[in-house]
Ligand binder design. Structure first.
Ligand SMILES: Cc1cc2nc3c(=O)[nH]c(=O)nc-3n(C[C@H](O)[C@H](O)[C@H](O)COP(=O)(O)OP(=O)(O)OC[C@H]3O[C@@H](n4cnc5c(N)ncnc54)[C@H](O)[C@@H]3O)c2cc1C
Length: 362
């Protein structure tokens, strides 16, 4: 038996779930996920930060355009971000300040007042971004999945798409079943080029890069939850409070093939060492670690839109390290493009240039 739909979305991470929730309002949509539950890969492994100044211009525009939905849904908790400039990161400091909106330079003493464990003399200069926040990623993801179900969408887990065939629409084979629809949305995260190859497309050169995180306990007597997220301007480490502990990342970006990622111990140890040079705190124990894949197109920008073959194959990949924060606006944009409607004007008003994210550029 072949199940018939209007649209098949491949992947139920934040990208697939959010666009599918919109599309299910108007179309019969199937979302196929290879794991036994949505969110097992990158979406479940992020640092959950909303930073509208982080990422290339299209991402920043989409992240700003997402703010209204974040506020309406109560998905954000305010948390400032501190950018610290040690010796040797003068150019990186300028790069952080270039083109930003709403950041201010503050004194190293003011930075230390916000982050009491900051080591004296580490930061020559400091920047405050007070427009950043923690995202409740699970709530956001689950709310998209819930809307998708309520609108009649069909989520099939344990369904790795293993073949795609084009003849009078697309036929997807997954776990012994077949699904047919005129439109396929490739939201397969790190596997985006693999899915494209199945559809007979030339891969765009998507590169998954591993990023690791360690959960470090701090003494119970210290209340860290009001501390900001802190990162060096050169992005060689960052830390942020979460559930009374500190997340510390070496900010690694190691090119790897798509796989079920895990943290690299050596990379973590080196990153924790860089973190310890910045703070008066000795890390004696790591409670838990994880790794995830941030996937980038060769120019670092998103890949969003119909394939130039005009055969109903839609690209929605290359979210890099910013796929959560941009997802509310990105999913609205992608749904409009799938339906061949005009892109939402509030998103375009943020300065988004569609050709910068179009698959036609490859
Ligand atoms: C350590 C780390 C920190 C991060 N921090 C942030 C942050 O603070 N803020 C932020 O905005 N972003 C952050 N990111 C990036 C963000 O997590 C990603 O951009 C986002 O999760 C990508 O979502 P996705 O849906 O494209 O990918 P995924 O969540 O990986 O979803 C893709 C899905 O496709 C499925 N799939 C693949 N192939 C097939 C197939 N053949 N058939 C069926 N299903 C398939 C996979 O199983 C997977 O569930 C971070 C990432 C990492 C790793």
């Amino acid at each position: 038996m072949t199940a018939e739909f209007d649209i098949i979305v491949i992947g139920a991470g934040i990208a697939g779930a959010s666009v599918a929730a919109h599309l299910a309002e108007t179309h019969r949509v199937a979302m196929l996920e290879m794991e036994d539950r949505p969110g097992h890969h990158t979406t479940g492994r992020s640092a959950a930060t909303y930073e509208p100044n982080y990422g290339p211009p299209p991402i920043c525009a989409l992240t700003r355009a997402s703010r209204r939905e974040y506020d309406a849904g109560g998905y954000l908790s305010p948390r400032d971000s501190l950018f610290l400039m040690p010796d040797g990161q003068e150019e990186a400091f300028d790069a952080v300040m270039a083109g930003q909106k709403g950041m201010t330079e503050i004194s190293p003493a003011a930075a230390k007042a916000m982050l009491p464990l900051l080591r004296d003399g580490y930061a020559r200069r400091a920047i405050l971004d007070a427009g950043t926040a923690d995202i409740d990623v699970d709530l956001l993801h689950q709310s998209y999945l819930k809307r998708f179900r309520q609108r009649g969408g069909t989520l099939v887990c344990d369904a790795p798409v293993s073949a795609l065939e084009k003849s009078a629409g697309w036929t997807a084979a997954a776990a012994g079943r077949t699904f047919r629809a005129p439109v396929i949305v490739n939201a397969a995260g790190a596997w985006g080029d693999r899915v494209a190859a199945m559809a007979g497309k030339r891969p765009i050169g998507l590169q998954p890069k591993r990023r690791s995180i360690a959960v470090v306990p701090v003494p119970e007597s210290i209340d860290i939850m009001s501390w900001p997220m802190a990162v060096d301007c050169g992005e060689t480490w960052y830390c942020k409070p979460q559930s009374g502990k500190l997340l510390v990342s070496p900010a690694d970006a190691t090119p790897v093939d798509p796989h079920d990622a895990y943290a690299d111990d050596m990379t973590l140890a080196e990153g924790i060492d860089r973190f310890q040079q910045a703070v008066d705190m000795e890390v004696t124990r790591v409670e838990r670690t994880w790794g995830g894949l941030r996937s980038f197109a060769p120019d670092g920008n998103l890949v969003v839109g119909y394939d130039k073959d005009e055969d109903g194959f839609f690209w929605l990949i290359g979210q890099g390290g910013y796929g959560i924060q941009s997802s509310p606006a990105l999913s609205r944009l992608a749904a409009a493009l799938v339906r061949q409607e005009k892109p939402p004007s509030d998103i375009m008003d943020e300065g988004l240039v569609l050709r910068e994210i179009s698959p036609d550029r490859f």
